[in-house]
Design a protein around this ligand. Sequence first.
Ligand code: SAM
Length: 293
Amino acid sequence: MAEHRREFEWFTEDHTGDVRLSIKARHLYGEDTPFQRIDFYECDTFGRFFTLDGLMMVAERDERHYHEMLVHVPMSVARDPKTVLVVGGGDGGTVRELVRYPGLARIDLVEIDERVVRLCEEYLPGVASAVSADPRVKPIFEDGVRFLKEAPDAAYDLVLVDSTDPIGPGEGLFSRKFYQDCHRVLKPGGILVNQHESPFYETYAQSMRRTQKRLREVFPVSGVYHFHMPTYPSGMWLFGFASKGLRAVEDRLPDAPAGTPAMPTRYYSAGMHAGAFALPPYVAALLSDEGGA
Ligand code: SAM
């Protein structure tokens, strides 16, 4: 059902049983898609933002923190990548950062919910515009779990899993079987980066430990890196970095363009790349023992 309301209200998201994020915002549009509830808002501090099932997804003010760190870390390590698979990422921010690399030949975007893409093109064009504008981008509207199961071996240089949390349609994107399929579809030298939750609040930390344990069981190189994400629970968020051999920091290309005048960025830099993998002792401890299911 489409709704158009313009008065200010408080958007509130529960982060834990006793912690919430509230933003004074105007609701722009809402719709029940076949997969989830999507709502668009605008506010003074974070600009426009959208939520899925009431959870913050993308806000104009801090989305570059997320999309730059998701894309430019692996793209500064991979050796002459040509093909990239993005799973999820319907807002288009990940694709926007990928199309800045002229050497890429193909970007497959496997997003389960086409309405996320179409509505982000309408309400967040600064984030979503590359999806339809760049001929290298091929949107594929299906479940990423099924797509990976059927995808051919050694088809991609990078797999970027830009998913929701491991609940609802996103749950299957955190399974061991899914990571085994990611490993199979990656070429030698391939890299997987995935949305890897957070170490600060207990429920997210449990999910982080489970995810890292599964990645370690599948990939010879595996770790996490952190970045600042004010609109996400606790503000400290992680990506997982897993590869068939390349190391995230030691093997970073010295002439990687991201963060230089050739490819200006707001959050990513060579220094941030290296620093992101320096984990606080409490995070390293959470990841050291083989905890989690
Ligand atoms: N940055 C956000 C975060 O960290 O939660 C996620 C960005 S993007 C909006 C997440 C996308 O994953 C959504 O558009 C959702 O529809 C999609 N998605 C969830 N489960 C999926 C699945 N099984 N296959 C493909 N896309 C999926």
